[in-house]
Ligand binder design. Structure first.
Ligand code: NAD
Length: 245
């Protein structure tokens, strides 16, 4: 019988110090996994790990390919394997087309696209030896549908969705599943800049009539990395209350 248990699994969550990453680390730990979470700041990562019931919190900037590779290899070595990786770290900054600065393009693409790619590459290398594993990346509803004022972010998240679709094709024969979640508007620090009017407008366009919570996304990720989802790969799962953009 399948019960969503992650007992005996080793999991890594990037950007786990707050929001969706923190809720995901907590959900995986509650399901029985040994969880390592990372954050850019070591002290914050350790604090978050304690709060989430995770095994440890480590410092990692996902834009640094070598650092990602070293950390993932180290986690797999210390725990003897790596079963689950959630490439959650990401940033969002809005800009209308005429206002897009080169620096915004660089930081967004290096964090959201290259950071996710580094994490998936390192995860695949670590999982390949045991020929089993589950990876989830964080796409977005705006990556699927586009959003005015969010061209750079939306482009980055479309790329993230296609990292999942492509990696799933490449890694399936090695027993590694790769999926993406595409959250709608989730109530976290990332969206704290939204005005009350903008929040109300989004809620109005959401059939389930509310913003999402980090736990809404974490629960879907917990399902996707569990054996309950053992025949699911290459999918981009909307976690958006039915929001129509
Ligand atoms: P958040 O800002 O609360 O958390 C993001 C985390 O990523 C933080 O811990 C941050 O420190 C970390 N991070 C950022 N850059 C990093 C880097 N270079 N290296 C390592 N860590 C880094 O955001 P959130 O709302 O929890 O979002 C988590 C993920 O979900 C992001 O990828 C985001 O794009 C995606 N997402 C969020 C929403 C939403 O509405 N909140 C919607 C769709 C997708």
């Amino acid at each position: 019988m399948l019960d969503g248990s992650l007992e005996g699994r080793v999991a890594l969550v990037t950007g786990g110090t707050r929001g969706i990453g923190l809720a995901t680390a907590r959900a995986l730990a509650e399901a029985g996994a040994t969880v390592v979470l990372t954050g850019r700041d070591e002290a914050k990562a350790k604090e978050a790990a304690a709060a989430a019931g995770a095994d440890s919190g480590l410092a990692l900037d996902v834009t640094d390919a070598k650092a990602v590779s070293t950390l993932v290899r180290g986690v797999a070595k210390e725990h003897g394997k790596l079963d689950i990786v959630v490439a959650n770290a990401g940033i969002m900054e809005d800009a209308l087309l005429g206002m897009i600065r080169e620096e915004l393009v660089d930081t967004t693409l290096s964090t959201n696209v290259a950071g996710t790619l580094h994490t998936v590459q390192a995860a695949a290398r670590a999982m390949m030896r045991k020929k089993t594993g589950a990876i989830v990346v964080l796409a977005s509803i705006v990556g699927e549908h586009g959003s005015a004022g969010q061209t750079v972010y939306a482009a980055s998240k479309a790329a993230v969705a296609n990292i999942a679709r492509s990696a799933a094709k490449e890694l399936g024969r090695s027993g590694i599943r790769v999926n993406a979640v595409a959250p709608g508007v989730i109530d976290t620090d990332l969206t704290s800049g939204l005005t009350e009017d903008a929040k109300a407008e989004n809620i109005g366009k959401t059939p389930l009539g509310r913003l999402g919570t980090p736990e809404d996304v974490a629960n879907a990720i917990r399902f996707l990395v569990s054996d309950d989802a053992s025949f699911i790969t290459g999918q981009v799962l909307g976690i958006d209350g039915g929001l129509v953009l």
